[in-house]
Design a protein around this ligand. Structure first.
Ligand code: NAP
Length: 105
C-alpha cells in the first residue's frame, strides 16, 4: 500500500509496530478503528471479555467514554483515520490492528 492510499481493511500485525508481537505476559494489545459503530461496539465488548487481550485502544472522531459501557481494558482516542499521524499513534505498540470503521469507496 502506498503512503497516499487510504487503508481499506486491516486485520493483522501492524507493519510499523515498535516491538514484537505480544507483551511479556503473552497477552495482546489490540488497536481498533470504528470502535463506536454498529460493528465496533459488540466487537469491543467481545475483546473486553477475551482473557488473552490485555489492552484495547479504540479511535474514532467523536467523543466517547468507554467506562459508560463498563469497559475496563478499553482506552479511547479521538482521531480521524485519514490523519496518518493519528493512525500511526493508534497502532504504535499494538500487536493486532482491526479496521471496523469506514472502508472508503
Ligand atoms: N453494519 C453492517 O451491517 C455492515 C455490513 C457490511 C459492511 N459494513 C461496513 O463496515 C464498516 C463499519 O460499519 P458500521 O455499521 O459499524 O458503521 P457505523 O455504525 O457508521 O460506525 C462507523 C465507525 O467508524 C467511525 N468513523 C467513521 N469515520 C471515521 C474516520 N474518518 N476516522 C475515524 N473513525 C471514523 C465512527 O465513529 P465517528 O463517526 O465518531 O468517527 C464509528 O465508530 C463500514 O465500512 C460499513 O460499510 C457494515
Amino acid at each position: 500500500m502506498g503512503a497516499q492510499e487510504t487503508p481499506r481493511a486491516v486485520v493483522g500485525a501492524p507493519a510499523r509496530t515498535r516491538r514484537p508481537a505480544s507483551a511479556a505476559n503473552g497477552k495482546l494489545t489490540v488497536a481498533v478503528t470504528g470502535p463506536t459503530g454498529q460493528i465496533g461496539r459488540p466487537f469491543m465488548a467481545a475483546l473486553e471479555r477475551t482473557p488473552q487481550v490485555e489492552r484495547v485502544i479504540g479511535m474514532a472522531r467523536r467523543p466517547f467514554d468507554p467506562t459508560r459501557h463498563g469497559w475496563k481494558k478499553v482506552e479511547y482516542r479521538q482521531g480521524d483515520i485519514l490523519d496518518l499521524d493519528a493512525l500511526d499513534a493508534l497502532i504504535a505498540g499494538a500487536d493486532v490492528v482491526v479496521q471496523t470503521g469506514p472502508t472508503g469507496s
